[in-house]
Design a protein. Structure first.
Length: 283
């Protein structure tokens, strides 16, 4: 994990500041994901607020897309629900603007590249900045084709967050570390998003390998398959600076479509347990 100010990060924005702040306390960062406007904008806002109240350190908001190649069935279904309800990238960014004025935590957008191109990269980044977005993750944007995206992100003071996988070569990993800002998104397993009952030894070894390259340069947060407090503890003990939890939270939303007013209570309780597990030296 991070060791206070012993870093040479290129970004000093809210995301890095959050990692520094918690790293000084030997505490990991919990990044909590929800699909934007799932199942509708009102319920989404209530659910996002509950994650903040439960102790989430960073909120990650998905923009729905019709072909989410990196996502498993839980998030695919959430994307369909949001699109069926009339969600658009701009509507979600506007809602994030409402949330950013209420929640004093960094907000990250996860989107596929097609919606960004449809808006134009510069318009997307300008709107994101105006609505309080601090970072953007684009799972299907190759590093080699991301220069314009990254330049526009830098222009608008938004962190461009790149992904690394278990099979990423050391040379490519060094390039990803060099170009990423905010944090490096480590895909800790092969496959798509979705809760797993156990955390593989490969995931922990991947964390150690990636951290050995990134240490002191950029925080590392591991996602894909993370759903339980013990998994969070194991990742942090292996050296990760944060854990990204998505499908497990989105599934709670899906389980309460008939009674959406109940979802915030379950989300808050779930995130609270994950946050407690992020404290390596709990009181």
């Amino acid at each position: 994990m991070l060791t206070g100010l012993q870093t040479t990060f290129r970004s000093n924005g809210p995301i890095v500041q959050k990692f520094r702040e918690l790293g000084k306390r030997s505490e990991g960062v919990i990044i909590a994901y929800l699909m934007g406007h799932d199942p509708d904008s009102k319920a989404f806002i209530a659910n996002a607020i509950s994650l903040f109240e439960g102790g989430a350190d960073i909120l990650e908001v998905g923009i729905p897309f019709s072909d989410p190649v990196a996502d498993g069935p839980v998030i695919q279904a959430a994307s369909i629900r949001a699109l069926s309800g009339g969600a658009t990238p701009q509507k979600i960014l506007d809602t994030v603007g409402e949330l950013s004025s209420q929640l004093k935590i960094p907000i990250v957008i996860l989107t596929y590249y097609n919606p960004v191109l449809a808006m134009s990269v510069e318009h997307f980044m300008k709107s994101a900045k105006n609505n309080g977005v601090n970072g953007v993750v684009v799972p299907d944007l190759p590093l080699e084709e991301g220069d314009r995206f990254r330049d526009m992100a830098i222009k608008h003071d938004i962190d461009s967050i790149y992904l690394a996988a278990p099979n990423t070569s050391e040379g490519r990993l060094r390039s990803i570390v060099e170009r990423s800002r905010g944090f490096l998104y480590l895909v800790s397993l092969f496959g798509v998003t979705g809760p797993r009952d156990t955390l593989s030894q490969q995931a922990l070894e991947t964390v150690k390998r990636v951290k050995s390259v990134a240490i002191g340069r950029i925080p590392v947060s591991a996602g894909f398959g993370i759903s339980q407090p013990q998994q969070v503890s194991s990742l942090l003990q292996a050296g990760a600076d944060g854990a990204i939890v998505g499908s497990a939270l989105v599934r709670i939303v899906a389980d309460h479509l008939a009674d959406p007013e109940e979802a915030p209570n379950y989300l808050k309780k779930n995130v609270s347990a994950l946050k407690q597990a992020s404290k390596l030296n709990p009181l």
